[in-house]
Ligand binder design. Structure first.
Ligand code: C5P
Length: 280
């Protein structure tokens, strides 16, 4: 039986700049999104029908049509006219509703795997278009390399970043993305600085000059409602991280280290922390 496997990589936003709310309720944003080595695994096998099975992760994870992996498979079937099914096996390791883009990465991996398994022949550009219909973070995760993102997330262009080692500290609770954006609205919505200098420092490999410039406009609104997320950030800095930043809409916080050894040392002080490097 034929099968296609893809790794679905979590992401970190090196900056997340929220520009404002739009008429459709989404927010225009700018971000530099980098995939990290923490991943789920997606395996798609030929089958008469479409079926998703999930292992690992939280028991509450849906195997039904509300899982973005199924949404992605149905969107691709619709776009390509494929009448085939697939057994989709999803091994979860990325924390759920944690700001790490796990669900989006799973959807992107399904698009890519089924495009091959079903021999749909959709171009990368067409897949990115389809990805944008599934969710705002799906185009960036589909690219699988660092990207600058704009619009609500649908415009992606490649970016250069140096090697980076992260300590990823998840929280024992979830934050829904729409809530974090609504809290930003409620706080009157502050927008971080023009990221041009940060982007060019990273492109030139000057990590130490870039680190003080990392920011996430959703941190303030989230910290105001979940003090423990702010505390995780300070604990990471106290433990020796050279920068710490909330991932996407939270509540995960990622601390940056100078090396793998330093990252392991910092991670040893946190329960359930992952050490991951940036995929470039
Ligand atoms: O696109 P996605 O379905 O992942 O977005 C989930 C929710 O997050 C949206 O319904 C919206 O409330 C919020 N969002 C936003 N602006 C974005 C991305 C997401 O307001 N750029």
């Amino acid at each position: 039986m034929r099968e296609v496997t893809r790794e679905a990589y979590a992401k970190i936003n090196l900056f997340l700049r929220v520009l404002g709310v739009r008429e459709d309720g989404y927010h225009d944003l700018e971000s530099l999104i980098v995939p990290i080595s923490l991943s789920d695994t997606v395996t798609c096998r030929e089958a008469a029908r479409l079926k998703l099975s999930v292992s690992g992760g939280e028991p509450s994870l849906s195997e039904g049509p509300d899982n973005l992996a199924v949404v992605a498979a149905l969107a691709l079937a619709d776009e390509s006219g494929s009448l085939d099914g697939a057994d989709i096996e999803l091994e979860k390791r990325i924390p759920v509703a944690a700001g790490l883009g796990g669900g989006s990465a799973d959807a992107a991996a399904v698009l890519s795997a089924l495009n091959e398994l079903w021999a749909c022949g959709l171009s990368q550009g067409k897949l990115v278009e389809l990805a944008a219909q599934i969710g705002s973070d799906v185009p960036a995760t589909l690219v699988g390399k660092p990207v600058l993102v704009s619009g609500r997330g649908e415009h992606v262009t490649p970016a250069e970043v140096p090697e980076m080692w992260w300590v990823v500290v998840p929280a024992p609770f979830h934050i829904r993305t729409p809530d974090a954006f609504r809290w930003w609205d409620e706080e009157g919505g502050s927008t971080g600085p023009d990221p041009a200098r940060l982007v060019s420092l990273l492109a030139s490999g000057d990590l130490l000059s870039a680190t003080p410039l990392l920011f996430n406009d959703l941190e303030g609104p989230v910290f105001a409602r979940h003090r423990e997320v702010a505390e995780t950030k300070w604990r990471l800095l106290e433990a020796g991280a050279i920068a710490a930043i909330m991932c996407g809409s939270g509540p995960t916080v990622a601390g940056l280290s100078r090396s793998e050894a330093e990252a392991k040392d910092v991670a040893s002080r946190f329960d359930g922390a992952h050490v991951a490097n940036t995929r470039r």
